[in-house]
Design a protein around this ligand. Structure first.
Ligand SMILES: N[C@@H](CCC(=O)N[C@@H](CS)C(=O)NCC(=O)O)C(=O)O
Length: 219
């Protein structure tokens, strides 16, 4: 059986790392996590540490060790795709082709978009935050995310965006945390969705690790 190691950044801050972590959790497969502290400027710097695992110099990174042959996968969406492909039993993409195409659109829209949400509502997983003065672009992006979530929840009528938990939910998991910690107002359906995401064992474990970083004064 393949041995997985997921290399992640500081849990309280690393939104990109949370996504493949949630995908791996959904498979039920065992995996190890290697934590790298972000924003380290003293040697070994964050970049020097990450470069030991991936030439791209960014986390997350997934190592797949099959009898000593090690595959390196980097970038959160590429890792989620690889995990979904290696574990079809986890149903990380909807079976229906149209639903799958839409779920992929959601995932990619998140991956390549919403820069102002990322910039103004930075991930601080374990702590409540004051809502900053939002730029018009940020407001538009928040509205787009909320209407996309409302739309999928109404269309697919499941617990998660596309019925069962999918890569789309993984990609938005950090935004769920942000909207809760910054107190973004949502519809009742979206609030219930966010609560279901936060109740997942993977999110609870991530929260425990983020809280431990806060308690240790690392973040
Ligand atoms: N598009 C990449 C972005 C990854 C990324 O920006 N990771 C940040 C941490 S959340 C990082 O590695 N920062 C370390 C650095 O830039 O030195 C992905 O989806 O994985």
């Amino acid at each position: 059986m393949a041995r997985y190691t997921l290399i992640v950044g500081t849990r309280n801050w690393s939104s990109w790392s949370l996504r493949p972590y949630m995908a791996l959790k959904a498979t039920g497969a065992p995996f190890e996590v290697a934590d790298i502290r972000l924003r380290q400027t003293d040697s070994p710097t964050t970049r020097e540490q990450i470069l030991k695992y991936s030439p791209a110099g960014k986390v997350p990174v997934l190592k797949v060790d099959e009898d000593g042959t090690v595959l390196t996968v980097w970038d959160s969406l590429a890792i989620c795709e690889t995990v979904a492909e290696r574990h079809p039993e986890a149903g990380l993409w909807p079976k229906d082709p149209a639903a799958r195409a839409t779920a992929r659109s959601y995932a990619c829209e998140m991956h390549s978009g919403f820069p102002d949400v990322r910039d103004q509502l930075t991930l601080d997983f374990a702590r409540s935050q004051e809502m900053p003065e939002l730029r018009p672009e940020t407001k538009t992006q928040i509205e787009r995310i909320l209407s996309a979530w409302d739309g999928a929840l109404a269309d697919y009528k499941g617990e998660f965006l596309f019925g069962n938990f999918s890569v789309a939910d993984c990609m938005y998991a950090p935004v769920v945390s942000r909207f809760l910690t910054y107190g973004v107002e949502t519809s009742a359906a979206v609030k219930a969705y966010m609560d279901r995401v936060m109740a997942l064992p993977g999110m609870q474990e991530w929260r425990r690790c983020a809280q431990a970083e806060v308690d240790a004064g690392i973040v």
